[in-house]
Design a protein around this ligand. Structure first.
Ligand code: CA
Ligand code: CA
Ligand code: CA
Ligand code: CA
Length: 320
């Protein structure tokens, strides 16, 4: 039965895999994103027949365990999901994977988004998701996506709990709420040397009780220039100004200073800009960095270092 199933999967993969490889290789210049097809991305099969069924979703492998289920969205009073059914992972250590049949490419950024819902009356846990290489299943690549489903309950201890039950929301939405502690999308940039093997998407229950999930998506786009907030092809003071103006705030777009795409502007964003700005920081007003509890020592030592590094890079350029 397993063999028959795998053959069927192979057939469905070939056409989309080739199409995506072609599309991705034709991408040039800026940020156009291509969606990579994921079989049964919304967990619509097997049929839960209007209730639930204890079974892994069709088209997925991994280590789902015995207590994985597909459930009917309407029957349990959920909304906001994609289609009629959603996935539940209840076993500790349970994970599902799917080999998308396309290799990683250099200079690309792979982003995964996923929806989750806190079902009222139930206790939940934390879900994680992202991409593996088919040659290294279990080795996280880039920033792991997560959603704290239990954290939706305002009494959970998560500072962003908003008591919105029975509604599927994307990690990309959750990360813009409050401090961003409810969720985060997954992001992996290959750089000049991509991993060998095919792109594999995964979802796993990281901790706690059951997690309810739906509608996983993977987009691929050419990586943007590191430090280039406004995506105009350089790293300059316009990029710095956006970070300064929104420092320590939640924002919904990269061009407001969020280079790391975690929904907030902070030290990580400033650091990425600083590491790619080709000039000394001398003369820049960095007062906005002061009085922030995060790496106090970094503010003192790091700034001295950055000025020194900036000078070195600058000197190097002039010699050339
Ligand atoms: Ca669905
Ligand atoms: Ca720029
Ligand atoms: Ca510019
Ligand atoms: Ca950020």
């Amino acid at each position: 039965m397993t063999i028959r199933f795998e053959r069927k999967q192979m057939k469905t993969f070939v056409a989309p895999a080739v199409a995506v490889a072609l599309c991705v290789s034709m991408l040039a210049g800026k940020s156009a994103a291509v969606s990579v097809p994921i079989t049964n991305y919304s967990f619509e099969t097997p049929s839960a027949a209007g209730t639930y069924v204890l079974a892994p979703p069709d088209g997925w492998g991994g280590n789902p365990g015995a207590n994985i289920f597909i459930e009917d969205i309407a029957a349990v009073g959920m909304s906001g999901g994609d289609g009629l059914q959603y996935l539940g992972l209840d076993n500790d250590g349970a994970y599902i994977t799917q080999d998308l049949g396309v290799p990683f490419q250099a200079g690309m950024t792979y982003r995964v988004d996923l929806a989750s819902a806190h079902r009222s009356g139930f206790t939940h846990g934390i879900a994680e998701f992202g991409v593996y290489s088919s040659n290294a299943i279990g080795t996280d690549l880039g920033t792991v996506g997560f959603m704290d489903l239990q954290g939706v309950w305002s009494g959970s201890g998560n500072p962003d709990g908003d008591d919105m039950y029975d509604v599927f929301r994307d990690a990309s939405v959750l990360q813009t709420i409050g401090s961003g502690a409810l969720g985060r999308t997954s992001k992996f940039s290959t750089g000049s040397t991509p991993p060998t093997g095919n792109v594999v998407v995964y979802i796993r229950k990281a901790s706690g009780a059951r997690v309810n999930l739906d509608n996983i998506r993977l987009d691929v786009s050419p990586s943007l220039l590191a430090g280039d907030v406004d995506d105009d092809g350089d790293v300059d003071l316009d990029d710095f100004n956006a970070i300064r103006d929104h420092f320590r705030t939640s924002v919904a777009a990269r061009n407001l200073g969020d280079l790391t795409e975690d929904g907030r502007v902070g030290f990580d964003d400033f650091r990425e800009w600083k590491n790619n700005y080709p000039f000394p920081l001398t003369g820049l007003n960095l007062a906005f960095l002061q009085g922030v509890p995060e790496p106090a020592s970094w503010t003192l030592c790091g700034l001295a270092l950055s000025v020194a590094c900036g000078y070195r890079r600058f000197a190097g350029r002039r010699r050339n």
